[in-house]
Design a protein around this ligand. Structure first.
Ligand code: ADE
Ligand code: ZN
Length: 337
């Protein structure tokens, strides 16, 4: 077996994947055609997504989402995304789903889209064994009022499939405290909580997110590397970072993986996990992330098994389903005694 094959075979748990952001360009081109939407500007000559800088990324992302109109579109997208994840050895994935892109925050429209996504997740699980859970996600730059509608969608559909609440979007807009109402509502509904922070804003944004939104996980959080006290806070509280190395590099946060803080944060005692964020936008996949980390930092099977166990502990999933995943992981990577 080559190293690449060995890495592909390691069971992986992905905690940070945006469903729309994982849409293959060919899928979006097809839906744009069917739904009579001109999206030529979002593709480059090679048929890949065209974007530049974070603002450009968000603008292309929004445009891509306009191709997805119906619950059936989201059903088919979910099947395509989970099929691809399973081919990378992913056994568990949490996907960010945004009611803003599924009917604009209207609860009935959201229920229809969610039912279609849930049905596709069940089909995928029956086909490949991959388990999916949903994190209902507000988009920060759509503002706190819209986030309230999203939190209500999350509250009303919390259960076996919808297990988390999150926030993505432009970190330069609004403050964590502007979203306290939404996070309180989600917490009361029993949802696990995460928020993108410390990706574009500095370490103080991580501190404010922990204080005001009381999350157990942070999306990215890489800029904790700039403040030792924030690293200590994350380590003491056992907050888990959903780190997406290739996303940060493709967006220009760090020039190369060698400069990325994932290994230093891990060495500082911070719980890190590995995800892909929006893989076709960044030319990545879980196997590519693992390969690059192995090559750059010398991580091996034990390191990746350790990361998978951290992800499983931090997963927003019920105890029986967690136990099933734990057995699958333990079978492939027995815990050293
Ligand atoms: N939405 C999708 N990917 C994102 C990212 N990396 N940061 C913020 N919002 C996002
Ligand atoms: Zn993200």
């Amino acid at each position: 077996m080559t190293d690449h094959d060995a890495l592909a075979a390691i069971p992986k748990l992905e905690l940070h994947l945006h469903l729309e952001g994982a849409a293959p360009p060919a899928f979006i081109r097809d839906r744009a055609k069917r739904n009579h939407i001109d999206l030529s500007r979002v593709f480059d000559e090679q048929g890949q997504y065209r974007w530049q800088g974070f603002a450009g990324f968000l603008s292309t992302y929004d445009a891509v989402c306009t191709a997805l109109k119906t619950p059936q579109d989201f059903h088919d997208l979910t099947l395509a995304v989970l099929d691809n994840s399973a081919s990378h050895g992913v056994i568990y994935t949490e996907c960010f789903l945004s009611p803003d892109f599924c009917g604009g925050g209207d609860l009935n429209a959201w229920r229809d889209h969610l039912a279609a996504i849930d049905a596709a997740a069940q089909t995928a699980q029956a086909q490949s064994g991959i388990v999916m859970r949903a994190i209902v996600t507000c988009i920060r730059h759509h503002g706190p009022e819209q986030a309230r509608k999203v939190a209500i969608c999350a509250q009303e559909t919390a259960g076996q499939f919808v297990t988390g609440f999150g926030m993505a979007g432009d970190e330069a807009r609004f403050q964590p405290k502007d979203f306290i109402w939404s996070y309180d509502a989600a917490r009361e509904a029993g949802l696990g909580l995460t928020a993108h922070a410390g990706e574009w804003a500095g370490p103080e944004a991580i501190r404010a997110t922990l204080r005001d939104l009381r999350v157990s996980r942070i999306g990215h959080g890489v800029r904790a590397i700039e403040d030792r006290a924030v690293q200590d806070l994350l380590a003491e509280r056992g907050v888990v970072l959903e780190i997406c190395p290739r996303s940060n590099i493709a967006q220009g946060l760090y020039p190369k993986l060698h400069d990325h803080p994932v290994a230093k944060l891990r060495d500082a005692g911070v719980k890190v996990t590995v995800s892909t964020d929006d893989p076709p936008f960044f030319g990545t996949g879980m196997t590519q992330e693992y390969s690059a980390l192995a090559d750059c930092f010398g991580w091996g099977r034990d390191d990746f098994a350790d990361i998978a166990r951290i992800a499983l502990d931090a997963a927003f999933i019920d105890a029986p389903a967690r136990a099933v995943l734990q057995n699958r992981l333990e079978e492939a990577c027995p815990t050293p005694t």
